[in-house]
Ligand binder design. Structure first.
Ligand SMILES: [Zn+2]
Length: 285
């Protein structure tokens, strides 16, 4: 009987380990040792192989996930680096526009030493205004583009004080006038006890010659007066103080300074600038 069972079981084992292991459940006690050992090994294999397959399957899934995640992580890092180094266009658009303030323009201190004297009807440089500042350039001059409105409470402006006798505006001047003018206002305040008076700036028509730089706002007529708004009272005061004003105007950086002493217009200082001189960025203020 034992021999028959042995043959039967050997046939089953040859058909596969699974069948062998199943048959061993009922017959293990009666099998020979070598068959029991074979069944035992088959049983272990049957238990381990699915476990190994499950582990391999899980590892393959993890590996595939890592392969998918890694490029994304690199892309994110790259994007992060890009954002750190150069802001995107959207960020750049959100940044407020920086105001274009003049860099390194000193409006307080003189830009030249004062001449020792400045006699009536003399000029600096001792050349014609046309040679220094250039001719009037009506063909390229544009009031809307080239003129700016300048004001300062420390200055007496004739057009603000002469009623409505004409339509001039002494606050209108060429943009190249602004730097030396503002510097002159500061120098008059710091070095004198008087007030700068602006008598004439831009005037497109009328009293000036056709080639006058007043027609482009590139010339100013200025004097000094008392801080209460009164004119100087004596000829000696004018002689002394207009000479001082000529010196300060030269130190302020005007391209051409003329101590004009004509009977028709009365003594005053005429200053002018080149059309392409440096400007402050005050457009739109
Ligand atoms: Zn003038």
């Amino acid at each position: 009987m034992a021999k028959k069972r042995s043959n039967f079981n050997s046939i089953k084992i040859s058909c596969g380990a699974r069948q062998s292991s199943m048959s061993s459940i009922n017959n293990n006690d009666t099998l020979p040792d070598y068959l029991a050992d074979i069944k035992h090994r088959a049983l272990i294999k049957a238990a381990i192989i699915p476990f190994v397959l499950v582990i391999i399957f899980c590892m393959s899934i993890i590996g595939s996930c890592q392969k998918k995640d890694t490029p994304k992580a690199v892309e994110i890092k790259k994007e992060t680096k890009v954002i750190e180094s150069t802001p995107s266009k959207d960020i750049q658009k959100q940044e407020p526009k920086k105001k274009k303030e003049p860099q390194g323009v000193d409006l307080v201190n003189p830009v030249r030493p004062a001449p020792e004297s400045f006699a009536r009807n003399s000029k600096l440089p001792n050349m014609s205004e046309r040679d220094v500042c250039g001719e009037i350039v009506n063909s390229t001059f544009s009031p809307g583009r080239d003129l700016i409105y300048v004001t300062d409470l420390r200055v007496w402006w004739e057009s603000d004080n002469d009623g409505e006798t004409d339509n001039e505006c002494d606050h209108s001047m060429h943009r190249a006038m602004e730097i030396p003018f503002r510097r002159l206002v500061n120098l008059v305040e710091s070095q004198t006890e008087y007030q700068l008076r602006v008598q004439e700036t831009y005037r497109p028509e009328g009293i000036h010659s056709p080639k006058s730089l007043h027609k482009e706002g590139r010339a100013l007529d200025i004097t000094l007066g008392y801080k209460n708004g009164e004119k100087l009272k004596t000829a000696d005061e004018m002689k002394e103080l207009y000479e001082l004003l000529c010196k300060l105007a030269w130190q302020a950086g005007f391209d051409w300074v003329f101590y004009e002493y004509a009977s028709g217009t009365g003594p005053h200082v005429h200053v002018s600038v080149k059309a392409d001189g440096p400007v402050l960025q005050t457009y739109g203020k």
